[in-house]
Ligand binder design. Structure first.
Ligand code: COA
Length: 183
């Protein structure tokens, strides 16, 4: 969806722009989808599972940008992409259309600067404007950093999905389920 850029100041004093993720960032998005799972074990994809062409990614980003029910947000620091975040509806059926789902990941060099807090705050504002009543998310049980961020942003733990993820090394990992009500 289209939304206004927002400028924030990071903990190290630099400026960061939170802006919509638009098709001209297709190449950077592919690089981001490959690089961030190399820096964190807690993302769903392995780098070799990213097989989009730039053209296909441009097409996807173009459709999401035009979709008034899809939030894709990119933080830009010193002109460089620092990560990405998204909120999308769970589904169109009437019994579940009050719920949406959040995802976020930043490049490691930008962790701990306050970008995650600002992005979740802004994305939740936009989700409330769209009319969703509740944001859901899942986070790997060992991912304490992300859970601290979500709790700081008002998310509450509601449950646990046993062995939700199975890594290539054979280890299994639970997911924690969290939600936040939107007003
Ligand atoms: C999780 C992630 C998005 C957090 O974003 P961030 O910009 O680093 O978070 P912030 O700087 O806004 O910090 C938010 C809070 O998280 C906590 N936090 C930050 N770094 C932490 C760390 N290393 N360990 C534990 N808690 C930490 C703090 O409570 C912090 O609040 P405070 O600064 O007021 O103390 C980012 O670290 C990331 O992209 N990680 C890899 C991908 C990932 O795990 N994504 C989530 C998948 S569910």
């Amino acid at each position: 969806m289209k939304f206004e850029e927002r400028k924030i100041t990071l903990k190290d004093g630099r400026s960061c722009i939170l802006r919509p993720t638009t098709p001209e960032y297709a190449e950077q998005m592919i690089e981001y989808m490959k690089k961030t799972p190399e820096e964190s074990d807690y993302l769903l994809r392995y780098p070799d599972e990213v097989n989009f062409t730039v053209e296909a990614e441009k097409d996807i980003l173009g459709r999401l940008y035009e979709d008034p029910y899809s939030i894709m947000m990119m933080p830009i620091v010193d002109g460089k992409v620092a990560g990405n975040g998204s909120i999308n509806g769970i589904g169109n059926k009437r019994k579940i259309c009050h719920r949406c789902s959040l995802a976020i990941a930043l490049y490691k060099e930008y962790w701990g600067l306050g970008i995650g807090t600002a992005m979740i705050g802004y994305m939740c504002e936009l989700a409330a404007e769209i009319g969703w009543k509740q944001v859901d998310l899942e986070v790997v049980a060992e991912n304490e950093q992300a859970q601290a961020l979500y709790k700081k942003c008002g998310f509450i733990e509601t449950g646990r999905r046993h062995n939700a993820l199975r890594f290539d090394d054979g280890s299994c990992h639970d997911e924690i389920l969290m939600y936040k009500e939107l007003s």
